[in-house]
Design a protein around this ligand. Structure first.
Ligand SMILES: Nc1ncnc2c1ncn2[C@@H]1O[C@H](COP(=O)(O)OP(=O)(O)OP(=O)(O)O)[C@@H](O)[C@H]1O
Ligand SMILES: [Mg+2]
Length: 224
């Protein structure tokens, strides 16, 4: 089985001198290809920090992180963005949609900003709208959508580009139980049917149970 994400003895501190805060302390974990792993832990335990390090959004840490076989510290900025673009999809608690763009323009935005042509993306877009149940809403503005629908738009945006890994930080943190179940079912389908590896941060045992394995952060270390 191949390893998609490997975190080896990773330490991360914020601040300096007497204000130093050691958030991750020789943290180790891995996620294999095809797994759907839930990362749990108390508020402030460093879950988001770890997710951002894994996603290459912050490279100021000690230790080693390997993503799709590449050591992210040794890559230059251009190679890292390329690795991110072709392999990673991010989903956040706040959907980060552009409010004056409709659903399909939001989904296409990162790809077109990276120089891809709309005309080339048409089939992929249609397929993603279908998977996320947004076909009927493709011309709708975000403000007319429910929270669950908005989160599905942000998942659709993460799916364009066909990522092998999705990193999600409390993707249902803002949603009611019905919308939460819909999003978790969607993740489960993406994992089982498309083979997408998922690492999600969650506070909810119910959400964690949709995954194949749970790991827990405590005091900057993995405890399970
Ligand atoms: N940019 C930053 N500058 C300084 N300290 C930070 C920064 N980001 C996070 N921290 C600190 O790192 C610690 C871990 O934060 P993090 O956001 O990773 O926790 P979390 O486990 O995601 O919590 P939550 O469940 O509330 O989202 C906290 O003590 C936080 O104050
Ligand atoms: Mg967090």
């Amino acid at each position: 089985m191949s390893t998609m994400i490997e975190v080896k003895n990773v330490s991360k501190t914020f601040g300096k001198g007497s204000n130093i805060n050691r958030v991750l302390d020789e943290c180790c974990m891995y996620v294999n290809k095809g797994e759907f792993v839930s990362l749990m832990g108390a508020s402030g335990s460093g879950k988001s920090t770890l997710l951002y390090l894994v996603g290459g959004l912050d490279r100021d840490f000690e230790g080693e992180i390997t993503l799709c076989g590449e050591n992210i510290v040794s890559l230059n900025d251009r190679k890292l963005s390329k690795l991110r673009l072709s392999n990673l999809g991010f989903v956040f608690q706040f959907y980060n949609l552009v409010m004056n763009l409709n659903v399909e323009d939001n989904i296409l935005l990162p790809a077109t900003m990276n120089g891809r042509k709309r005309s080339e993306l048409k089939e992929e877009l249609d397929e993603i709208l279908r998977i996320t149940g947004l076909t009927e809403k493709r011309k709708a503005m975000p403000s007319t959508l429910s929270g669950g629908q908005q989160q599905r738009v942000s998942i659709a945006r993460a799916l364009l580009g066909n990522p092998s890994v999705i990193l999600a930080d409390e993707p249902t943190g803002n949603l009611d139980s019905k919308a939460t179940a819909e999003i978790m079912e969607l993740f489960k389908r993406l994992n089982e049917e498309k083979g997408i590896t998922i690492l999600q941060v969650t506070h909810s045992k119910e959400c964690a149970d949709y995954g194949t394995r749970t790991i827990t952060l405590d005091n900057g270390k993995m405890v399970s």
